[in-house]
Design a protein around this ligand. Sequence first.
Ligand SMILES: Nc1ncnc2c1ncn2[C@@H]1O[C@H](COP(=O)(O)OP(=O)(O)OP(=O)(O)O)[C@@H](O)[C@H]1O
Ligand SMILES: [Mg+2]
Length: 256
Amino acid sequence: MKQKFTEKLKKWRHDHQEQYAKTIIETPKEMQLYSMLPFPGAVLIMGDRRMGKTATAHEGANKMHQRRGLPAVIHMPHVPENIRRSIQRHLPDWMKVVVRRSEWPKNCVVIYDEAAQSAHARRSQSGAAVELDDLIGISGQRNQLIFFISHHSRKLDVNIITEVNRIIWKKPSYAHQLFERDEVADFSMRAYDYFDQFRGNRPWLEATKAKAKRYNLVLDFDQFGFYQCKNNLPPWWTEDLSRLFQDVQRVVKGVI
Ligand SMILES: Nc1ncnc2c1ncn2[C@@H]1O[C@H](COP(=O)(O)OP(=O)(O)OP(=O)(O)O)[C@@H](O)[C@H]1O
Ligand SMILES: [Mg+2]
């Protein structure tokens, strides 16, 4: 599988050599978040802990709701009901926490946070990876925009990376960038450099991190190009909600 994709990418690079080099070097064009979102389609959001991945997916859903009237679901199987309910209370009524795929409507936005899936589901080859793979195919037929969220690509099935329409980076960590899958290593390096500009030559400070959280580097696989966009927090986002999502991660890792 990996071999096959590497071959594909090699050929692609060969055929688009100039475009590839230009894309890596050029300053990414500034865009609005909404105009970067494919519909239907799949978007992978990657980046370091606490750098705004989940908030960005929520803001993306917010824009899709404002512009297209789409509802959204947050897929959270294996999460205790009390936490799911607390999260639901913070959300607008068109955004629902669900536990089954059969609850994903047609014409909707799906937020699939890898961090919120159980370790067991992640490990099981016949489970999560395969499931995610066919989800992307199905999303086209069902008119869905799926946001997959992951700290970095090493954890993900390679099919997801090759099938998505966009990768959105929040600030990656240096280690993440080193452990990235070969298929996306060049791009992740680009993302690392992009976010490094925010700190200049200084160590990361809270203020520079806060600024970096508002930015996204986007790789558009359909047009093949890098773009940058800012995003605000969605109106329902609060620190309480943010803490609840952290609780979810502790629960699925078995800490709570
Ligand atoms: N666009 C933004 N503008 C301002 N602050 C932001 C933005 N995005 C995120 N933040 C701040 O960063 C915090 C962490 O965001 P979020 O929970 O989305 O990160 P994450 O990458 O999903 O973290 P984790 O890896 O723990 O899941 C938020 O609670 C918020 O305070
Ligand atoms: Mg998160």
